[in-house]
Design a protein around this ligand. Structure first.
Ligand code: PLP
Length: 447
């Protein structure tokens, strides 16, 4: 069979001269090539079917790939002296306007980065750097369940700053929600930056970002203390149409969480706050606080993906909530021997429609495995059945301790060892949810 494939790939006139040694080489090469192709095909279908890790990354549908391909071979958007460059620059400007229309903000308030990690760092490090430049101390507050690219950035810089940068975590309640009154209590005269995500990527908990923004505006009007409010909207964007200018000073989103390619992020920064953010990269200033050649194809593609996810959003969210309830009902009806709990808010209005953080209490202990990683056994079982799910945020998969989000909500040891995250997308079907619950139930019946 492999030989046949070799002949279709390598046959022709050259065949007569091929020694048996080189033929073997070609056969091996062909097998490797075929395995690679199969793997690639499998990888693609893995994101298309039975894929429940959508808060980690999402499937890119053909229409978005097509949009991407339209702008792969264009000029450098910074060089508009020729047509090739102008085509790229125009595509970026249109994408910027498309996103600005979605965000209801000015096109000049939209910046492009490589990812949300970069966007969050650009704001946090940029603001800190301005304060350091003026030799002024700065105090920062961030929610205890921020993504690590926010929390670790602040704590690392703070630890290295000789006391110039101080910081505190805003505690969350058992559902992972911050409370405005607690933020008010933590604010100090030197507080200049508050970071609170729009929705948590593990629990799905929605945060009171509008109320926080309102409180900070009032504080500014009353005392003239201006605190920059930064919102990481990575987990929420696509599920809600968000107008950042109405409640925050800056907001980050990531393309690959909304069915766009990886390696592209977008940052909203209100024009009046841009001067207070020192650029992280120098050498071009293609965008006010960011240098480097823009990725035209990915930028265009992200603006299209944003348009696509927001089309018929209410209907899509209703579909996701139906699937969420179906998952729970299936477990209630067919998995009555299994003990489990959903972590995070029960109320649909307080949680992302696609996210389920579920804890199983009867997970078997795995030999030589730390307690908090027993959930991996279930994840592996799901993987063996071609289902992708995760034990939580991707940024924590290499960590040796349980997720900081679970610690922040005071999860018990049993909850830390038994929790997995199921995250759906607009493409998830009822049949896939049935299959998922069926495979989970079989795991417990077998063990
Ligand atoms: N913020 C949140 C809430 C996330 O879930 C993630 C990724 O998982 C990030 C930030 C980082 O996004 P990116 O992969 O674009 O750097």
């Amino acid at each position: 069979m492999d030989k046949l494939i070799v002949s279709t790939h390598y046959d022709g006139d050259r065949k007569k001269n091929i020694s048996s040694e080189s033929k073997t080489g070609q056969i091996l090469e062909s097998i490797a090539h075929r395995a690679h192709r199969n793997n690639e095909r499998n990888a693609e279908s893995r994101l298309e079917k039975n894929y429940f890790d959508n808060n980690s990354t999402t499937w890119v549908p053909p229409e978005i790939i097509k949009e991407f391909m339209r702008y792969v071979n264009v000029g450098n958007p910074s060089n508009t002296h020729h047509k090739a460059g102008r085509i790229a620059a125009n595509a970026i400007q249109k994408a910027r306007e498309r996103i600005a229309a979605d965000f209801k903000c000015g096109a000049d308030e939209i910046l492009f980065t490589a990812c949300a990690t970069e966007s969050n760092n650009a704001v946090i490090q940029g603001i800190i750097s301005r304060f350091m430049q003026k030799r002024k101390p700065i105090h920062i507050l961030y929610s205890a369940i921020e993504h690590k690219c926010v929390g670790e950035t602040i704590s690392q810089i703070g630890k290295d700053s000789n006391g110039m940068v101080t910081f505190e975590e805003i505690p969350v309640d058992a559902d992972g929600r911050v409370h405005v009154s607690q933020i008010t209590d933590l604010i100090k005269p030197q507080t200049r930056l508050i970071c609170c995500m729009y929705a948590n990527n593990e629990l799905g908990t929605l945060q009171p970002v509008h109320a926080i923004g309102k409180m900070l505006r009032k504080l500014h009007a009353r005392t003239k203390q201006k605190i920059h409010f930064h919102v990481d909207a990575v987990a929420a964007i696509g599920k809600y149409v968000i107008h950042p200018g109405s409640f925050c000073d800056s907001m980050s989103i990531s393309g690959h969480k909304i069915h766009c390619v990886k390696g592209i992020g977008c940052l909203y920064v209100s024009t009046c706050m841009t001067p207070f953010i020192r650029p992280l990269t120098y050498g071009g200033k293609q965008q006010v606080i960011r240098s480097g050649t823009d990725n035209t194809a990915a930028i265009h593609c992200m603006s299209k993906a944003l348009e696509m996810v927001h089309h018929n959003r209410d209907k899509k969210n209703a579909h996701l909530f139906t699937l969420r309830r179906k998952f729970i009902t299936n477990l209630e009806e067919e998995g009555d021997q299994i003990e489990w709990d959903i972590l995070g808010p029960e109320d649909d209005t307080q949680v992302l429609p696609n996210t389920i953080l579920i804890c199983f209490y009867d997970l078997p202990k795995w030999e030589n495995t730390p307690m908090f990683m027993c959930n991996l056994k279930l994840i592996k079982w799901l993987d063996e059945h071609d289902i992708s799910a995760s034990i939580g945020s991707s940024c924590n998969t290499k960590s040796k301790s349980a997720s900081h989000v679970l610690s922040a909500i005071d999860a018990t040891k049993e909850q830390k060892r038994g929790t997995i995250r199921i995250t759906m997308s607009d493409y998830t079907t009822a049949e896939e949810v049935d299959y998922l619950t069926d495979v989970i139930i079989r795991f417990f019946q077998r063990s």
